[in-house]
Design a protein around this ligand. Sequence first.
Ligand SMILES: *Cc1c(COP(=O)(O)O)cnc(C)c1O
Length: 365
Amino acid sequence: MARVYNFSAGPSMLPEAVLKTAQAELLDYHGSGMSVMEMSHRSKWFDEIIQNTEASLRRVLNIPDNYKVGFFQGGATQQFAMVPLNFLTTGTADYLVTGNFSKKAAEEAAKFGTARIAASSKDKNFTYIPDVKAIDYDPNASYIHICQNNTIFGTKYVDVPQVDGIPLVADMSSMICSEPVDVSKYGVIYFGVQKNVAPAGMAVAIVREDLLGKSAKGITPAQIPTMMNYTTLLEKDSMYNTPPCWCIYMTGLVMDYLEHEVGGLEEMKRRNEAKAKVLYDYLDSQDFYHNPVQKEYRSLMNVTFTSPDADTDKAFCAAATEAGFVNLKGHRLVGGMRASIYNAMPAEGVDKLVAFMEQFRKEHQ
Ligand SMILES: *Cc1c(COP(=O)(O)O)cnc(C)c1O
């Protein structure tokens, strides 16, 4: 069996050690005589799984006690709607549009009130992040929403907005656990798990307690659909109904891996920076491939690049697949290529990709 180097933007690679643990525990989880896929979510085994998953997530991300952690179905996209439904208390919020997902989040919020575009980097095709200190925030905004790492355009925030009394809400789907985060800077952090944490099918939200119990202006908390009500679901410890059990289990395994195998998020960051540096240094060292992103805002997780023309891009992706480097085709909005080098991508995967790129360049330049 040969495992490929999978550069998919998501769902994406998981650590091999985690897959092996899941495999070993598949048929008989801890003496239960069944797999996690088959057991009741009210069983003692699952009860322990969900509690351990939350506890290790809290340790890995260093989440303060005044934040609740919940597991939700519907992916990050459902969070785009849940955030305004629950937190748009003044009827208006500030959205920073730095790519496709933040644009979608703003469009979703506009269904429930005003989603004011406080800043955008559309003028330069989302190749940078606006200066967050120079933005005129609305003092009446219920919150400020950002997408901290832009999966499609390959950018990330260096500083995040901090305005007294206005909570910051961040979509961290494609960078969560890639580096330490100061949770106390945020009112809400949410992420779909299928980029850096677990298989597809779940989002995690980390919510500061004082934000709960409210609703968008014009509706009461009781009018929020139950499955979109953070307060209800968090009060029930994500067990109001059947939760995404397998995803919660896998999230727990990945957190254990980060904590005990990697040694925490400082070390994860160091590894991610080293991996990204190899690729960006190579991109900067030649003139066949091109990365369009303003250097200081380059993503550690999603690296975009183009070759001289679209036909060569196509030939590159075909040859790369043949060589065992798969899912390098860029998003249709950007074209070219994108190497997503999440936590689970080993350093040697990036080293070998760069060697392949250089070989391809020699043959085509
Ligand atoms: C992938 C992604 C999403 C969408 O996630 P789904 O779970 O498919 O809804 C949203 N935001 C960001 C930053 C993403 O990378």
